[in-house]
Design a protein around this ligand. Structure first.
Ligand code: F3S
Length: 401
């Protein structure tokens, strides 16, 4: 690779062992992907935070790196951890897990990263602008940043995003290059999309069909931010999509012809297959989980409207960042939620928390991504449907057809 003088100094260890290790990772990746050079980034978002996924080996790896005085040089946020960093006792997290989880976060803090643990960093200040090069690793956030904001990132792994944060650079390849951002499949949407769960269902179906390609959606007339984040999250889960375009809505699709010549067309005229495949047969529900990706303030308001002050029979978690939770508190929404017996849970989610250890077996969600991962990653029976049905399940304790 063609490295600048400063990048060579980093690689030679002239800026310390921690920086050297970061540059070694990036050069190795650059060589794998035939990147000719590095590009400077504006921000980073690092996955690999939950102790449930990292285990002791991951914790040691981070502590070793932090000891080598590696410090980030661009604004960097973290992915969700395995627990609410403040209210973990209330969730029933064990002391042993909490101790290890806090050690993970401490290691990141020693590297200069603020403990903002969220998969929606763009809602809490880590907000790139159109055309910014960034290095993010949470797949739903990657999809959102590339597609809805028009920033440029590959789907980084946790270590490569951290290495990018420490050096302020990433190898120039993949979605950083204009020519790789064209739609490879035209997706003609002929069914009605109404609820957030419909967007998750659509993302699940399309991701499954196209893998890591770039879809160009036609026929979606309107979509708000929460619907687009649900769509991207599901595309990235059932497939490995990192970028999508929606005609007339997402920024690149508004200004350029973003379809490759010869792109195949796929017609989606029903979401039934997704609702069928993502639903188990369980009727009993013990947890309703809303907020995958992490809930916005508007989503929390909608839950309050639907609860109408009624008491719930199951546990109900609305997962979000601590910053959005604080905003909800200031607006009086937290009080309303807690009055019904529900919780706004910060810093974590049902997939990365040790959910089975907390005793949950049957979960209802309106998120396509969570419905896709919950059986395989957490061993849970899932019910997937609209927010309205999820809230009714929380109130009755049962999933009604
Ligand atoms: Fe975020 Fe957890 Fe869903 S990390 S995208 S809430 S699986």
């Amino acid at each position: 690779m063609n490295l600048t003088r400063e990048e060579r100094q980093m690689l030679n260890g002239e800026q310390g062992e921690g920086v050297q290790k970061a540059m070694e990772i990036l050069v190795a990746l650059g060589e794998i992907y035939n990147a000719g050079e590095m590009i400077e980034i504006k921000s980073a978002q690092v996955a690999g935070v939950s102790y449930k996924n990292l285990g002791d080996a991951g914790l040691e790896f981070l502590e070793e790196w932090a000891k080598k005085r590696a410090v980030v040089r661009v604004p960097t946020t973290l992915n969700p951890a395995g627990m609410d960093l403040r209210d973990w006792k209330k969730l029933g997290i064990s002391e042993e897990f909490a101790e290890k989880q806090l050690m993970v976060v401490k290691a990141y803090e020693r590297m200069g990263i603020k403990p903002t643990c969220t998969c929606t960093p763009y809602l809490v200040g880590n907000l790139p602008v159109f055309g910014d090069h960034i290095a993010w690793s949470e797949s739903s956030a990657v999809c959102y940043a590339n597609s809805v904001i028009g920033a440029r990132t590959n789907r980084e792994g946790g270590p490569s995003a951290l290495a990018a944060a420490i050096t302020g650079r990433t190898p120039l390849h993949g979605y950083h290059l204009e020519e790789n951002r064209m739609g490879e499949f035209i997706i003609e949407v002929k069914c009605k999309l109404d609820k957030i769960s419909d967007f998750g269902a659509l993302g699940y179906l399309v991701g499954k069909k196209i893998g890591h390609s770039v879809p160009y959606f036609e026929g979606i007339r309107r979509a708000d931010m929460d619907q687009l984040k649900a769509l991207g999250a599901a595309l990235a889960a059932s497939g490995a999509v990192a970028l999508f375009h929606v005609e007339g809505i997402t920024p690149e699709a508004r200004s350029h012809n973003m379809v490759s010549e010869g792109a195949e067309t796929i017609v989606i005229d029903s979401l039934e297959e997704a609702y069928w495949e993502l639903n188990s047969k369980t009727r009993e529900i013990d947890l309703v989980a809303i907020g995958c990706p992490h809930a916005s303030l508007a989503e929390i308001e909608r839950v309050v409207d639907l609860l109408k002050g009624r008491e719930i029979k199951t546990r109900l978690w609305i997962t979000t960042s601590s910053e959005v939770k604080e905003m909800a508190k200031r607006k009086g929404l937290l009080e309303e939620i807690e009055r019904s017996g529900a919780d706004i849970v910060a810093d974590t989610c049902m997939i990365v928390a040790p959910i089975r250890d907390l005793g949950f077996r049957n979960v209802a969600t309106n998120a396509g991504k969570a419905a896709f991962y919950a059986p395989s990653h957490c061993g849970l029976n899932v019910r997937f449907g609209s927010l309205e049905r999820c809230i009714e399940a929380a109130i009755t304790g049962r999933w009604e057809w």
